[in-house]
Write a protein that binds this ligand. Structure first.
Ligand SMILES: [Zn+2]
Ligand SMILES: [Zn+2]
Length: 386
C-alpha cells in the first residue's frame, strides 16, 4: 500500500500546493469544495454538497456490509498574510493555510483515490470535507444540517498535523485531548464623572481592574488544580480622555477546560463573579457568555484501534498513545459528541525553528503526505475488514 501511495506523492503534493495557493476563509471554501468534489467524482465516489454551506461528502462503497465509517478533513484557511516565498505561496491577500488544512484535504483526497482504486474493504466509507473549522463551527453546522442522518456511521476519525512532533510519528490519547472554548463579553456600567471628583460617580474602570484579578481566582480557588483550565481576558475598552471617568468599561476574553463539568463551573462562576463584584461597587453588569467548542473526547475502543493501525504503519516506538492534551480547541469535538471515534496528531516535523500552526511562516510539511494517506487507508481497511 505504502509503495503505491508513495508513487502518487507528487500528484497529491500538487493538489496540496494548489489549495495552498488559493486559500479561502470559513464558509467561503467554494473553489476548494469544487476541487474536492471534482476529484472525488473522478475517483467514482458519490458526491454530496451543501451540508454546512460549502461542505462536501464523498461516499465509497465496497462489498455489501452495512458497516460505515467516516474520515474527516477540514478545508478552511486563516486571515493571516503569508510570510513564505514558495512558488505556491498564497495569492489571496491576508489569507493563509496556516493550520495545514490544505495538507489535511489533500491527504484525505489521496485516501479516496487509493481506496477507490483497490476497494479492499467491505462497507461504506464517507469522506467528510468540512468548512470553517477555525472558530466558526463548520462541523457543528454540518451536523445541524443532517450529516449523521444522511450519512449514518458507526465511528468517525479525524487527523491534524502537529508541529514539534517528528515526521513519521503519531500522538493520541483516550479521553479529553483538546479543550473546550467559550467566549465572554462583560459590560460594566457605572456613572461617569470628572476624574478630579470620583466620589460623584461610579468608576467602571476600577471595577474592571478588580474583576480581571477576581476572574483568575476561579481557576486558583474553584477549579481542581489537577484539572487544567484557562481564563484569559484579552480585550478591555473604556474611556477616551485623561480627565473623565467613563460611564462604561468592557472586558472580553475566552475560557478553556479539559472537563465538561469544569467548563460549566467556569461559566457559572464568571457570571456570578462579574455580577456580584459589580454589585459590590454599585455598578451594573451585563455578561454575554457564548459556548464555542466542546471538549474533544476520544473514545477508548476507537483510540485503541487507531493506535494499533498507526503502530503497524510506523512502528509502536513512533506512536505515543499518551500524548499530552492541549488547551487548543477543535471543531471535530462536535462530531465526537455524536459518534464514537478518534482524533489523532500526525508529526509535521520537529526541526529547530519549526513553525507552530497559526503563524505567518507556517507551511504544511509535504513529507507527511505518504504516512498520512497510508494511515487513512489502513484505518478504513482494518475497520471494514473483508
Ligand atoms: Zn487552526
Ligand atoms: Zn487546524
Amino acid at each position: 500500500m505504502k509503495k503505491q501511495i508513495a508513487a502518487w506523492k507528487d500528484e497529491i503534493t500538487a493538489w496540496r500546493h494548489d489549495i495552498h495557493k488559493h486559500p479561502e476563509l470559513a464558509f467561503e471554501e467554494h473553489r476548494t469544495a469544487d476541487l474536492v468534489a471534482a476529484k472525488l467524482e473522478s475517483f467514482g465516489l458519490d458526491v454530496h454538497r451543501g451540508l454546512g454551506k460549502t461542505g462536501v461528502v464523498g461516499t465509497l462503497r465496497a462489498g455489501d456490509s452495512e458497516r460505515a465509517i467516516a474520515l474527516r478533513a477540514d478545508m478552511d484557511a486563516l486571515p493571516i498574510q503569508e510570510n513564505n516565498d514558495s512558488e505556491y505561496r498564497s495569492v489571496n491577500q491576508n489569507k493563509l493555510h496556516a493550520c495545514g488544512h490544505d495538507g489535511h484535504t489533500a491527504m484525505l483526497l489521496g485516501a479516496a483515490k487509493y481506496l477507490s482504486h483497490t476497494r479492499n474493504f467491505d462497507g461504506k466509507v464517507h469522506f467528510i470535507f468540512q468548512p470553517a473549522e477555525e472558530a466558526a463551527g463548520g462541523g457543528r453546522v454540518m451536523i445541524e444540517d443532517g450529516l449523521f442522518e444522511q450519512f449514518p456511521v458507526d465511528s468517525i476519525y479525524g487527523m491534524h498535523n502537529w508541529p514539534g512532533l517528528a515526521v513519521g510519528k503519531f500522538g493520541v490519547r483516550t479521553g479529553a485531548m483538546m479543550a473546550s472554548f467559550d467566549t465572554f463579553d462583560i459590560e460594566i456600567t457605572g456613572i461617569g464623572a470628572h476624574a478630579a471628583m470620583p466620589h460623584t460617580g461610579i468608576d467602571p474602570v476600577m471595577v474592571a481592574g478588580q474583576l480581571i484579578g477576581a476572574l483568575q481566582t476561579i481557576l486558583s480557588r474553584n477549579a481542581d488544580p489537577i484539572d487544567a483550565s484557562v481564563i484569559s481576558v484579552t480585550q478591555m475598552e473604556a474611556g477616551d480622555a485623561y480627565n473623565v471617568i467613563p460611564e462604561k468599561a468592557v472586558l472580553r476574553g475566552c475560557t478553556r477546560a479539559l472537563n465538561a463539568d469544569t467548563r460549566c463551573m467556569i461559566e457559572r462562576r464568571v457570571k456570578q463573579t462579574a455580577s456580584s463584584l459589580c454589585k459590590a461597587f454599585g455598578a451594573q453588569c451585563k455578561v454575554d457568555y457564548a459556548n464555542g467548542y466542546p471538549v474533544l473526547v476520544n473514545t477508548a475502543a476507537e483510540t485503541d484501534h487507531a493506535v494499533a493501525v498507526a503502530s503497524q504503519l510506523v512502528g509502536s516506538d513512533n506512536v505515543n498513545p499518551n500524548h499530552e492534551p492541549t488547551m487548543g480547541s477543535e471543531d471535530f469535538a462536535f462530531m465526537l459528541e455524536q459518534r464514537p471515534g478518534c482524533y489523532i496528531f500526525i508529526g509535521n516535523g520537529d526541526a529547530e525553528g519549526t513553525c507552530m500552526v497559526h503563524n505567518s511562516g507556517y507551511d504544511f510539511n509535504d513529507d507527511v503526505i505518504v504516512t498520512g494517506v497510508s494511515y487513512w487507508c489502513s484505518l478504513a481497511q482494518s475497520l471494514l475488514r473483508m
